[in-house]
Design a protein around this ligand. Structure first.
Ligand code: PMP
Length: 394
């Protein structure tokens, strides 16, 4: 018996995939040439499996902001926000975020994972209730564990199921926090937000919306699905990440409640970790401005989304969501065909994501394309051609 015995099954599954010349999980990307092009296994490929929804990783202004902060302020803060890691730029980014929503308070975390971990664990403590959608991201489940809240899981995207579970809490619903996501990244589906809000209000509960994948993509100013559906006033907390549309690394929580400031005093993933580097903060401030004023980028992204969704439907693929969005999840009949498709796409010069159990809901085998405003019409055509040829060959 050893400490390592428990890894045997997962290590074997991983070793099977790693035997391939180019492993389909944790695939080494040898070089990145632009927001949409890289080299994998010696081949030049279209990057169609990133979360670079607005293509801002290589935006000259964003890069220049990072470069300037790097040379002026150095590589890292070397400390926590609670100690020596609160620079003027961290506070400025928090003001920018709060202003974008028109809300009184915003907090910056070192990753999106830590934003959920910190906000959820601090808001929902051991005497409170958490109601989590069953398809929630790991950072949401881990936030529940860290805060020791009494956790109830409701059926994915099912407001009636949430309603029944809240009804059982009676008056305790007033200190219950519901968490849903704006876009579920495995299947690419969106929540029935209006119905969730109606349930939340009727029971007097609180709502945290994780807009990790929807921020930058939905809404006139890119604030996410809550802005898009005109329900911002009914959301208590929004969590987001810098690692997708904002093209960096870090996370945030914004709230209509000024008391979010208390979370700084209690959130361990905020207190006991170093703050984001000055370069990341400077790049994110510039990227945030580009997101809020990014109507043209969003228009291009949505053109790409509609083109790809239309073509995949026409080719007869089963998609994870009927509603088009920046993530197209293609449901494959089994693991072998998912793998064959993944390699077929790579041979055709397209890098997609392979998503297999246990990472996926319902044990599904998925191929996932993430679209970017930076994908050119020619690149979208090439992605569609690759799928067309694979479908014919199957
Ligand atoms: N929330 C959701 C819904 C996510 O999908 C992710 C990352 N994939 C995160 C939070 C964590 O974000 P980050 O990668 O920036 O830590």
């Amino acid at each position: 018996m050893s400490l390592f015995d428990k890894f045997a099954d997962v290590a074997k599954a991983r070793a099977d995939l790693d035997r391939a010349e180019i492993p389909p999980v944790a695939t080494p990307i040898d070089a990145v040439h632009s927001a949409t092009e890289g080299t994998i296994g010696g081949r030049r490929v279209i990057l169609a499996g990133t979360n670079n929804y607005l293509g801002l990783t290589m935006d000259p202004d964003v890069v220049e902001s990072a470069r300037r902060a790097l040379s002026e302020q150095g590589t890292g803060t070397t400390g926590s926000r609670m100690a020596n890691g609160s620079y003027a730029s961290h506070a400025a980014l928090e003001r920018d975020l709060a202003r974008a929503w028109g809300w009184p308070s915003a907090m910056v975390f070192s990753t999106g994972y830590q934003a959920n971990l910190g906000a959820i664990s601090a808001l929902a403590g051991k005497d409170d209730y958490l109601l989590l959608d069953s398809d929630s991201h790991a950072s949401i489940y881990d936030g529940a564990r860290l805060g020791h809240a009494r956790t109830v899981v409701f059926r994915h995207n099912d407001p009636a199921n949430l309603d029944r579970r809240l009804a059982r809490l009676g008056d305790d619903a007033r200190h219950a926090l519901i968490v849903v996501e704006g876009l579920y990244s495995m299947m690419g589906d969106q929540p029935p937000l209006d119905a969730f809000i109606e349930v939340k209000k009727r029971h007097g509960a609180w709502l945290l919306l994780d807009e990790a994948h929807s921020f930058g993509v939905f809404g006139e100013r890119g604030l996410g699905v809550a802005e898009d559906r005109g329900v911002l006033d009914d959301i208590d907390f929004v969590v987001g990440t810098f690692s997708k549309s904002l093209a960096g690394i870090g996370g945030f929580c914004v709230s209509r409640h000024a008391e979010l400031e208390y979370v700084r005093l209690a959130a361990r993933p905020y207190i006991f970790t170093a703050s984001p580097s000055p370069a990341v903060i400077a790049a994110t401030r510039t990227a945030l401005d580009k997101v809020v004023h990014g109507q043209a980028l969003r228009k291009q992204l949505w053109r790409n989304i509609h083109q790809l969704y239309g073509a995949l439907n026409e080719l007869g693929y089963t998609l994870g969501s009927a509603d088009p969005g920046p993530v197209a999840a293609i449901v494959m009949p089994d693991r072998e065909s998912a793998l064959a498709h993944w390699y077929g796409l790579l041979d055709a010069g397209v890098y997609a994501n392979l998503m297999i159990p246990p990472a996926t809901p319902k044990g599904l085998n998925l191929l996932r394309i993430s679209l970017s405003a930076a994908h050119s019409p020619d690149q979208i055509d090439r992605i569609i051609d690759a799928f067309g040829r694979l479908q014919k060959a199957a």
